[in-house]
Design a protein around this ligand. Structure first.
Ligand code: 1GP
Length: 244
């Protein structure tokens, strides 16, 4: 079973949890520690990456350290064409659909395509949408932000992603956002598309995570909460339990 099939299988049983680890923030050892504790707390997948540029060497070292201590799949969540490592199990081959700059819609992808293909790694096409407030990824990715309650525009983008053949759509408020996207937007998007919806950015409490899942998010991503926590297990366990 490939990683995408595992995501689908898990999402059929309940809301999936992914832990985002940014080696630029957590370092190699910190990344490995977060991954181990997150796995113990019940996270389903590890995402490695972020908006800060990382070299292949840094990605390799961190992915290797994460893989050594965990059994769950590791997926690359790239911020640029350089952010690749053959130590991961799959890559989100993503396009920032609401960027004003074609670099994030197609140029990084064109640059990376040959390397990804040659590696033989599983590539999962994903539409990436950034909502207000957008945070660092909104600025770096030059996003034309979607309002956090703008269901109409969100549905249009999500439908475009599905019609383009993307296998996932990620609705992102930005890492560290003061609040996540609205549950109304998730509910509306869910009505129109059949591919899994990922929601991330600003999710910090079990009740918020649960309401995202109940509104139709197939996958919840958290990052900051583990990054800033002394006890990663203790901070993630209630969130993961709440959505399962
Ligand atoms: C960022 O959505 C993720 O891509 C995680 O956001 O750091 O706010 O949990 P947080």
């Amino acid at each position: 079973m490939n990683v995408y099939e595992k995501i689908i299988k898990k999402s059929e049983k309940g809301t999936v949890h992914m832990t985002l680890i940014d080696p630029a923030t957590s370092g190699m050892e910190g990344s490995a520690r977060i991954a181990r504790e997150a796995e113990r707390a019940g996270t389903d997948f590890i995402l490695i990456g972020g908006s800060t540029h990382l070299t292949i060497k840094e990605m390799d070292q961190s992915a290797q350290a994460i893989k050594e201590g965990t059994e769950i799949p590791v997926i690359i969540f790239p911020g640029s064409s350089d952010m690749f490592t053959t130590y991961a199990d799959a890559i989100f081959f993503m396009s920032l659909l609401n960027s004003r700059d074609r670099e994030f819609i197609m140029d990084h992808q064109v640059k990376a395509a040959r390397i990804v293909k040659a590696s033989g790694m599983e590539s999962i096409p994903m539409g990436y949408l950034i909502f207000e407030p957008g945070m660092t990824v909104g600025r770096v990715g030059k996003a034309q932000l979607i309002g956090r309650t703008d269901s109409h525009l969100a549905v249009n983008y999500a439908l475009a992603a599905e019609l383009l053949g993307m296998k996932l759509v990620y609705m992102e408020a930005g890492s560290g956002a003061s609040q996540p996207i609205s549950t109304e937007v998730i509910r509306e998007v869910r009505k129109y598309i059949s591919i899994p919806v990922i929601v991330g950015g600003g999710i910090r409490t079990p009740s918020v995570a649960r309401s995202m899942g109940q509104s139709g998010a197939s996958i919840i991503v958290t990052g900051t909460i583990a990054e800033q926590s002394v006890d990663v297990y203790k901070s993630l366990k209630p969130i993961i339990d709440a959505i399962k």
